[in-house]
Design a protein around this ligand. Sequence first.
Ligand code: NAD
Ligand code: MG
Length: 383
Amino acid sequence: MKKISILGSTGSIGTQTLDVVRENRDKFEVVAISANSSVDLLLEQIKEFKPKYVAVYNENSAMRLKEMIPSDIKIEVLSGMEGLKTISSLDEIDVLLTAIVGMIGLVPTLCAIRKGITIALANKETLVTAGSLVMSEARKYNVDILPVDSEHSAIFQCLNGEKTREIEKLILTASGGPFRGKKEKELLNITKNEALKHPNWSMGRKISIDSSTLMNKGLEVIEAKWLFNVDQSQIDVVVHPQSIVHSMVQFIDSSVMAQMGCPDMKLPIQYALSYPDRIVNDFERLDFSKWSTLTFEKPDLETFPCLQLAYDCLKMEGTYSAVLNSANEELVNEFLEDKIGFYDIPYYIEKTLEAHSSISEPTLEEILEVDRWTREFVKKSIK
Ligand code: NAD
Ligand code: MG
């Protein structure tokens, strides 16, 4: 029985994680769940999965949840960052599934690593912000970081039994998002509702916007660098609109391995939880007669400058990726509130990167300070 704690149990990945647990009650037990403020859904999850702990980041929501929980249910209600840290470092858990959105997941993830707890990582912003620190702590405490992101799960599966020094290239596939094939002049006035409509995946709001700007792929390039310890020149992106090939690895002898399947996040979630085993399930099977044409094309870096910015940040090293991520988090929020336009996202990210003095091998404190500086700089710039 694997005991699981979930950071962000009410979101897209969090609820699909609980779907996987529901089908495998004999294998997984949920010990703790958490969310920012969605108390109604948390209460439902508490009734169904009977965790021992719940953490609600927002203090008022935590108080509301406490009042809502029926007296016959025994559960500890925690709040704030302390609550997230506690549920990430419980002695009794085997796996922390990080389905929280944003670099706010960094500190709790580090707490889990320092306790020797396996990380099933969906929260890519944490690795983009502090990849060097997180991976060196994971090595120090001998902790596995198992990818939940579908592309990285694909690469991880392609590398099963392979020697990583024989990798020539990682090839990340990208759906291209809702605006594939469009040019900048057609996208200048697009609205958030158009950007939120992803062709193949139904996801949280932030990652949906990131998919429409291709920043999601940029964050994934950085995530891949840290997870698989390759040079940025070894990471390619190819647009594959059908989202059937989830990513590929090219080896030094020219052989290419691909992992395929229907687009469904439950598979990479289940694999991260069941690793190194696989579990029988009734997920939809790939019907090759239906998918007679799979296509691949180059990403359009001119129309989608966010992907290029992410490559640039990887090359420049230091804290540039942290700035890229925090600026993007702020700007996506502003875009979702209709306060800025679509192309203001890359525009202000670039301005912020230009103003930043990078720190090499940053400590946690320095990274958190860079995050504060970035958010303030972005807010001042757009005023
Ligand atoms: P979402 O918006 O649907 O859910 C986010 C979750 O995080 C919610 O449970 C929310 O309550 C919680 N949360 C947000 N702020 C919090 C805070 N301050 N304290 C505690 N909890 C907080 O997002 P999502 O689509 O599930 O994405 C989650 C993460 O997984 C992101 O990093 C995303 O990039 C990654 N990811 C998602 C998908 C997908 O298909 N949705 C695929 C790959 C990777
Ligand atoms: Mg992905």
